[in-house]
Write a protein that binds this ligand. Sequence first.
Ligand SMILES: NC(=O)c1ccc[n+]([C@@H]2O[C@H](COP(=O)([O-])OP(=O)(O)OC[C@H]3O[C@@H](n4cnc5c(N)ncnc54)[C@H](O)[C@@H]3O)[C@@H](O)[C@H]2O)c1
Length: 250
Amino acid sequence: MKHQGKVAFITGGAIGFGYAFAEALAEEGASIVIAEINMEAANAAVATLVAAGHRAIAVDCDVADDVAVDNAVAKSIAEFGGIDILINNAGLHLTKYNQPFSVLSRSDVRALFDVNLMGVVNCSVACLESMRSRGGGNIISISSMAGNMSSSPYGVSKLAVRGLTIAFAREFADAGIRVNAISPGLIATESAIADLPEAQVEMIVNQMQAIHRLGAVPDIVNMMLFLISEEASFITGETFKVSGGAALSV
Ligand SMILES: NC(=O)c1ccc[n+]([C@@H]2O[C@H](COP(=O)([O-])OP(=O)(O)OC[C@H]3O[C@@H](n4cnc5c(N)ncnc54)[C@H](O)[C@@H]3O)[C@@H](O)[C@H]2O)c1
């Protein structure tokens, strides 16, 4: 139980990567906060975790709304005593946001940046003092390989996650907090697979990647577990690609 007594605040933790992070951390003894806009899915996720003997709560939290984030963090601290691990996972990522800036409406661009960028700012700043008071912590944000290409509003938002990771690693270091990010390639979450035509999935796996299998959620969970572990205690401010070698072509 590597994370016994720790508290993890996971945004977008009801499904996809977020739920897989929650389950993996709960199995290592952490208490889990699922911070979500989809409370039905969040409550179902918490019920599953609690039925398996874990400690978990769901908090209603739109990461784009700084007041909602502050309230969710305060509620988590009241329930579990503090926060040690923040996973900035919630993000808008459908193909809609991969259209050119001149095609996507300004309000859609703003909504995307509010969630993918300001969400990371809001949650990271809101967790800072609790982590500092507990002697430190870990922040992991989910960027994307699309950030490397940076050729769409989504890509730009994920490149910004890499920038925020560098900035917060420096700003929060004195509080004992390490800040890192993961850049997944295509990973088979339900939403990602439902969103992409089969031919595009095949092209990514067979032509862009060097390892010709579809990325799986545990590929990302394993990187998260490494980055928050003692084995990674000299690593901060980095964004790690996990993409089956797709990174080698961009
Ligand atoms: N799946 C992939 O292939 C892939 C690749 C690269 C990066 N990513 C990134 O990983 C993250 C998770 O991806 P996923 O496929 O699991 O996504 P998903 O769409 O399956 O799940 C996202 C969760 O976030 C929640 N959410 C959305 N907006 C929110 C908000 N404003 N506040 C709080 N919660 C909110 C949703 O309700 C949902 O439960 C995203 O940031 C995405 O950009 C995914």
